[in-house]
Design a protein around this ligand. Structure first.
Ligand code: M6R
Length: 616
């Protein structure tokens, strides 16, 4: 949560900072603020509760002088409500120092008591102000921002990224990170810091990773990184593989609309170079090695939210093709129940952002317990891949809307590739079966593009439902995670009560919810499904219809058996059973987006949420 940007260069800080915040607003949008050291060496700041536009308006009515050094912050509130006074920057050293913070300082209470006893005056309810006052105090002794920050981080517990500027040291921005993201952007006569590369991709595509417990000091012509003890550390530069235009709306009404339109491409790019000569090759897994993969006796998939639903789909495919038992767990539940892990356990983490704190902590835990860790991730250079033994990048491109869409499809694709790779390495699937599955995957992008053509009728459906208070989603087998995903999207975007159920579970309780007019989406398996689940789901439809439900079926094109029982049918192209979720989920993404838009809500930035959940 919280987006951070830091800049040293020429006298255009405000423009750079606001651009960096605009591109990172998806990380948090409770308030925004900037601090700039102007050309006369004077530090000034502005901050405002609400979205970034409120800050822009404030800067128009109450401008500050521009300068060559500055920091900016967009907030997802943790300690202290989303108010002006709790917005960042927080000030220290009598207003000469500004600090921004992402994360939670867990021992802030004791530190605050200590400062209060010394007579400090607090102007906010945040944990971050404690850090600002402490760094200010340390600066009075050290007269060096880097050294002052180093002394303070040694006293902090929890997860944090901190950026600090001091007016006595213009031309210097110092950042520190522990379990929260921070990356350097290398420019020409200018340098940047950001929570992610979106902060500066407009200006440079050269980035440098900063590791855990490290401090970076940037100046116009130099960048230095040390550990928390002050020892220099080696850094790794990489090139950002997308440009700024990829993170622009490009004429779409919302980022989510654009990202749904990119779903075919997200799958295609994730497959690219990995399906070769009708087989699947994942050289990225070399870091783990075929010998280890052959000996794995269990896979544990860890993830949160939508990524966990992708994991549930991965379980069906991986178990079928590799015959390795797979458990899927929410990262935050996994870590705290003393899970059984051995060196023969492969832990697969899934994360779009690569920064989800719950998943990051679970990955570290699994690694320490001796398991092999593979991460499936969409964000180059992020924290989770760095903590893993191997990484399988999805190539969905930057995902900006808070609701995850194209990344979900790319994650499922990557998991299916993993299942095929493991099946090949362990000889549990023959080359013909691999070739058939690979061919199915290769056809998916075109089929998703076909589903996208029904967007107009789904939009109409959504417009009829703006007063709906509750929607249920049913699916069986691979349709179940799709039902869960459909419900999550509706909750987060349209603020409607929504639940996903396994259709077989209906008669064990949830059917009591059905009353006349209840809207139920049903993901119907193909009539050609080898498990013969189709007639069972059609029976479930009849059972709820008999009790007054209004049924919207997502069913294979030409499925005549469903037509008499559904109020609406959204057709999807024919595909093998395992691959249907990659098509069936698309109308649900569109539906949630359209219902949110029809209700006049903010599609890209739903209330109370942030794109990357970087606090536990
Ligand atoms: O970045 P991650 O994939 O780790 O994020 C996981 C979840 O926070 C994320 O999928 C969340 O559930 C989305 N808002 C769902 O649309």
């Amino acid at each position: 949560m919280c987006g951070i940007v830091g800049y040293v260069g020429d006298s255009k800080s405000i423009e750079v900072l606001l651009g960096g915040l605009r591109r990172q607003e998806y990380r948090g949008y409770d308030s925004a603020g900037i601090a700039v050291i102007d050309v006369d060496g004077h530090l000034d700041s502005r901050k405002k509760a609400g979205k970034l536009q409120a800050l822009v308006d404030e800067l128009e009515s109450n401008p500050i002088a521009d300068g060559a050094t500055g920091i900016g912050h967009t907030r997802w509130a943790t300690h202290g409500g989303p108010t002006d006074r709790n917005a960042h920057p927080q000030l220290g050293d009598n207003g000469k120092l500004a600090l921004i913070h992402n994360g939670i300082i867990e021992n802030f209470f004791e530190l605050k008591e200590e400062l209060l006893a010394e007579g400090a005056v607090f102007t906010s309810d945040t944990d971050s102000e404690v850090a600002a006052l402490l760094v200010g105090k340390a600066y009075q002794e050290t007269k060096d921002v880097t050294e002052a920050l180093r002394q303070v981080v040694a006293r902090l517990h929890g997860a944090f990224t901190l950026l600090v500027v001091h007016e006595d040291q213009p031309g210097v921005v110092v950042g520190a990170r522990r379990n929260s993201p921070l990356v350097i952007g290398l420019g020409d006569g200018e340098n940047f810091l950001g929570s992610d590369v979106a902060a500066f991709v407009e200006h440079t595509r050269r980035a440098v990773e900063i590791g855990q417990d490290q401090i970076a000091t940037i100046r116009t012509d130099s960048v230095s990184v040390t550990d928390f003890d002050g020892n220099p550390v080696e850094t790794k530069e990489y090139e950002i593989n997308w440009d700024a235009s990829a993170a622009e709306k490009g004429g779409w009404s919302s980022f989510m609309a654009k990202e749904i339109s990119e779903e075919p491409e997200a799958v295609a790019k994730t497959l690219l170079g990995r399906v070769v000569a009708e087989s699947v090759r994942l050289p990225e897994l070399d870091g783990i090695g075929d010998e280890i993969l052959e000996n794995i006796d269990r896979i544990v998939i860890i993830a949160c939210g939508t990524a966990a639903y992708a994991g549930m789909l991965g379980k069906y495919a991986i178990e079928k093709w590799s015959r390795i038992p797979v458990d899927v767990e929410l990262s935050h539940e996994f870590r705290y129940r003393d899970p059984i892990l051995t060196e023969r356990t492969l832990v697969v983490s899934i994360s779009q952002s690569g920064e989800t704190m719950d998943t990051l902590m679970a990955v570290k835990y699994a690694k320490e317990a001796g398991a092999q860790v593979l991460s499936i991730c969409n964000t180059q250079g992020s924290s989770i891949p760095r903590e893993s033994h191997a990484v399988l990048y999805t190539h969905a491109g930057p995902e900006v809307a808070v609701a995850s869409t194209k990344a979900f499809l790319a994650q499922v694709t990557a998991l299916y590739l993993l299942g095929l790779h493991l099946g090949r390495v362990r000889s549990t699937i023959n080359p013909d079966e691999i070739a058939a599955a690979a061919a199915e995957l290769n056809d998916i992008p075109e089929k998703i593009a076909e589903v996208l053509l029904s967007a107009a009728s789904i939009k109409q459906l959504a417009h009829w439902m703006t007063d709906t208070k509750s929607v249920l989603f049913l699916g069986r087998n691979v349709g179940f995670p799709v039902a869960l995903e459909g419900a999550l999207k509706l909750k987060e975007l349209a603020y409607i009560h929504a639940e996903g159920f396994a259709a077989g579970e209906l008669k064990h309780g949830p059917i009591a919810l059905i009353e006349p007019g209840q809207i139920v989406f049903v993901i119907v398996p193909s009539p050609r499904d080898p498990l013969s689940l189709h007639p069972k789901v059609v029976s479930n439809i009849q059972e709820i219809r008999a009790r007054g439900a209004r049924v919207i079926a997502i069913a294979e094109k030409g499925d005549a058996a469903v037509l008499p029982f559904a109020d609406e049918v959204i057709p999807i192209p024919l595909a093998g059973s395992l691959f249907e979720p990659l098509l069936a989920v698309v109308p649900l993404h569109i539906f949630a987006m359209e219902l949110s838009a029809a209700k006049g809500l903010d599609v890209d930035q739903p209330r109370n949420l942030a794109k990357s959940v970087t606090v536990e």
